[in-house]
Write a protein that binds this ligand. Structure first.
Ligand SMILES: *[C@@H]1O[C@H](CO)[C@@H](O)[C@H](O)[C@H]1NC(C)=O
Ligand SMILES: *[C@@H]1O[C@H](CO)[C@@H](O)[C@H](O)[C@H]1NC(C)=O
Ligand SMILES: *[C@@H]1O[C@H](CO)[C@@H](O)[C@H](O)[C@H]1NC(C)=O
Ligand SMILES: *[C@@H]1O[C@H](CO)[C@@H](O)[C@H](O)[C@H]1NC(C)=O
Ligand SMILES: *[C@@H]1O[C@H](CO)[C@@H](O)[C@H](O)[C@H]1NC(C)=O
Ligand SMILES: *[C@@H]1O[C@H](CO)[C@@H](O)[C@H](O)[C@H]1NC(C)=O
Length: 626
């Protein structure tokens, strides 16, 4: 059903047209022309067939079709009159008799813009005003029509629309300010639409980001006149972001403030980001993103990327920030205990920028060093006691230095030092055995000829001094004539044992030489003899005296003249008890009451000995010498 309602009026018009003509008119709805040029408004009209007018007249009105509204008369053919503003400017250009009501208006001015109505006058009452009318537009510039979107790198087309409806003046169209457009070309054509003509000029080119915001135009001129009409457009060229400015790589020190700027050019505005190690630090939709690092530390060191993106593309640029700092306190092995002969690897590592110079130092001697590294390894294939000590690892660069220390403790079997020897003075023989050892050694003097073994547990004869890993044990014996005894020093700890013969190296050696081996009486002969005498005397002594001997250990040993004599006596007593022990031990005999006492005494001494300070030992030694 719907098609019928639409089709019917059309059918009616066709029938009307063929069989009987009615009042009708045709003219373009709009027609445009430039100011100061002219325009011809095409027009046709019909009237009923049964009217057979002798003469056909017509009137053009401005803005109203009804004469009783007194619209300005544009042109009246009957009298060839017009309103003053049209006088001399208007004319019919077609044959009115043939229904051609086309009107030309010259010297167009802006106030003539408006609606134009035609009224046919066939005489008498046969006058008819058509509701059809033309809208006249007076232009001062051509239309420049930009494309919907202009993107950098894809061809753009701009058109310039120039009405061409003045029979007397033909427009010339050209493009202006198009120098420098890439690959530009211009095409022109004439287009007719409802008897209205338009000159269409097309400009094609390849826009780039540089053309964004650039103004270009279309110029219309008319030959033989100096009329010129120009229309302009400002181009909106879309393009992917470009980073036009970014800091170059920077070097700074810890604690400073650093500001980076990334300047981005794009259309439309981009999302701009600062990234480091793929993590986003800051972003904004802007052309100019600033990254402020208030207090730079070593972990700000790295590559910073400024990235920008819009729907036309993405771009990034990177720059480096180098944060310089003094080396950190080196990390070293915790203190190490190594057994002599073991391989030891010592590692020192740190961090600094630039990479530091690292050294491992012991006793102010550089053992190993590296330049511009973060790590230093010191390898000792087989440690010896000489490697024992405090080590320093130092690291430095131009921003500062730092160091750490650690201790390497080497445990090793005893070493009997060459200075160990025996010396003879007038009435004593002193044998010194100096041993280097860690842990502490047990030093024992062996006199094989006498089947005797004497050590610190016999403090009457042996006393020791410690200095670090050095232990000096001194054996002191009474001198007697005779050949010097054979003395061995045996030093042992858990890591081993050394036995060393102690040689007699002394000017007093000559005494032995003079007296000769026969005359020489070994110290221990005296010792034994003396010991035997003392046992005898001792039987008369009582226990009280012995207890005073014990007190000797704790009593002050400052010796003024009087007390030193007394001390000597006591020392003799001590001598006795040791001799006793030695003798008793040798004989392997069940002890008598005295031996019992002696044993108790030694036990006591033993315990005490291990807590005895070297000072006390030294004092004791002084007394002995006296
Ligand atoms: C009317 O007359 C003008 C001027 O002579 C002519 O250009 C135009 O084609 C005519 N119109 C029609 C419909 O014949
Ligand atoms: C980065 O560049 C900006 C602008 O040129 C400047 O103000 C700033 O100081 C620069 N930053 C550094 C760390 O050099
Ligand atoms: C920067 O651009 C390169 C290629 O142009 C790309 O491979 C990289 O992933 C981009 N980096 C970032 C952080 O966007
Ligand atoms: C010191 O430390 C390094 C690394 O921790 C290790 O390889 C090395 O064995 C250590 N050295 C010693 C003697 O412990
Ligand atoms: C190393 O030993 C010395 C004394 O021998 C000591 O003062 C220092 O603190 C020790 N160092 C370490 C790291 O243990
Ligand atoms: C030492 O003792 C051993 C046995 O223990 C013995 O054979 C030797 O004769 C003794 N020597 C002396 C000099 O007493």
């Amino acid at each position: 059903m719907a098609w019928r309602w639409r089709a019917l009026p059309l059918l009616w018009v066709l029938i009307e047209g063929v069989f009987s003509r009615q009042w009708s008119a045709w003219m373009p709805q709009t027609v445009s022309a430039f100011r100061q040029t002219c325009v011809a408004i095409p027009c046709n009209f019909n009237f009923p067939d049964d009217l057979r007018p002798s003469v056909v007249h017509g009137i053009w009105y401005y803005n109203s079709p009804y004469p009783k509204n007194f619209p300005p008369v544009v042109l009246k053919s009957k009298t060839n009159t017009a309103h003053e503003s049209y006088t001399g400017r208007t004319k019919f250009v077609g044959e009115l008799q043939l229904g051609n009501c086309s009107l030309q208006i010259d010297k167009l001015s802006m106030e003539l813009q408006g609606k134009y109505y035609f009224r046919a006058d066939l005489g008498g009452y046969n006058q008819y005003t058509f509701s059809e009318h033309a809208n006249l537009y007076i232009l001062e510039e051509p239309f420049v029509v930009p494309p919907e979107e202009m993107a950098s790198g894809s061809e753009a087309e701009l058109t310039c629309l120039v009405p061409d409806n003045c029979p007397d003046m033909k427009p010339t169209v050209s493009w202006i300010d198009i120098e420098g457009l890439e690959h530009h070309s211009v095409y022109a054509r004439l287009e007719e639409n409802n008897a209205v003509w338009t000159h269409i000029s097309t400009l094609k080119f390849l826009p780039s980001h540089k053309n964004n915001g650039q103004r270009l135009g279309c110029k219309v001129s008319f030959r033989g006149t100096d009329l010129e009409y120009k229309g302009f457009v400002t181009m909106d060229v879309k393009y992917a972001p470009q980073i036009v400015d970014i800091n170059s790589s920077v070097e700074t020190t810890e604690g400073t403030q650093v500001v980076f700027v990334c300047v981005v050019d794009s259309n439309p505005v981009s999302r701009v980001m600062w990234l480091k190690d793929d993590s986003l630090l800051k972003e904004d939709f802007t052309g100019n993103l600033t990254l402020e690092l208030e207090y730079v530390t070593y972990n700000y060191d790295g590559i910073y990327v400024c990235a920008a993106e819009n729907e036309f593309g993405r771009v990034n640029k990177s720059m480096g920030l180098a944060v310089m700092y003094a080396p950190w306190k080196p990390s070293v092995n915790a203190s190490i205990i190594a057994v002599e002969g073991e391989a030891v690897t010592i590692l020192c590592n740190t961090q600094g920028n630039p990479d530091p110079i690292i050294s491992i130092i012991k006793d102010k001697q550089v053992l190993n060093s590296v330049i511009f590294e973060n790590e230093l390894v010191l390898e000792i294939p087989a440690v010896s006691h000489e490697h024992d000590g405090e080590y320093w690892c130092t690291a430095e660069n131009q921003y500062g230095h730092s160091n750490s220390s650690f201790n390497l403790t080497v445990v090793f079997s005893p070493v009997v030092l060459p200075e160990s020897k025996c010396t003879v003075t007038k009435d004593t023989v002193q044998c010194m055995c100096t041993v280097k050892s860690n842990p502490d050694p047990v030093i024992v003097f062996e006199l094989p000829e006498k089947n005797l073994t004497i050590s610190e547990i016999n403090p009457e004869f042996v006393h020791s001094q410690r200095n670090g890993y050095m232990v000096s044990s001194i054996l002191t014996l009474q001198t007697e004539t005779g050949s010097p005894p054979l003395v061995f020093c045996s030093a042992s700890n858990v890591y081993g044992k050394k036995v060393h013969e102690l040689l007699f190296q002394d000017s007093n050696n000559q005494i032995w030489a003079k007296i000769g081996p026969v005359g020489a009486v070994v110290v221990f002969v005296i010792l034994v003899a003396f010991g035997g005498y003392m046992i005898k005397t001792r039987e008369k002594k009582n226990i009280t005296e012995s207890s005073s001997f014990i007190q000797t250990e704790t009593s002050p040993s400052h010796s003024d003249g009087a007390s030193s004599k007394k001390n000597l006596g006591k020392i003799e007593n001590q001598f006795l008890s040791v001799s006793e022990k030695i003798l008793l031990g040798k004989k392997q005999q069940p002890p008598n009451t005295d031996a019992d006492y002696a044993n108790i005494d030694f036990l006591k001494r033993n315990v005490k000995d291990s807590f005895t300070s070297t000072d006390e030992l030294t004092e004791y030694a002084e007394i002995r010498v006296k």
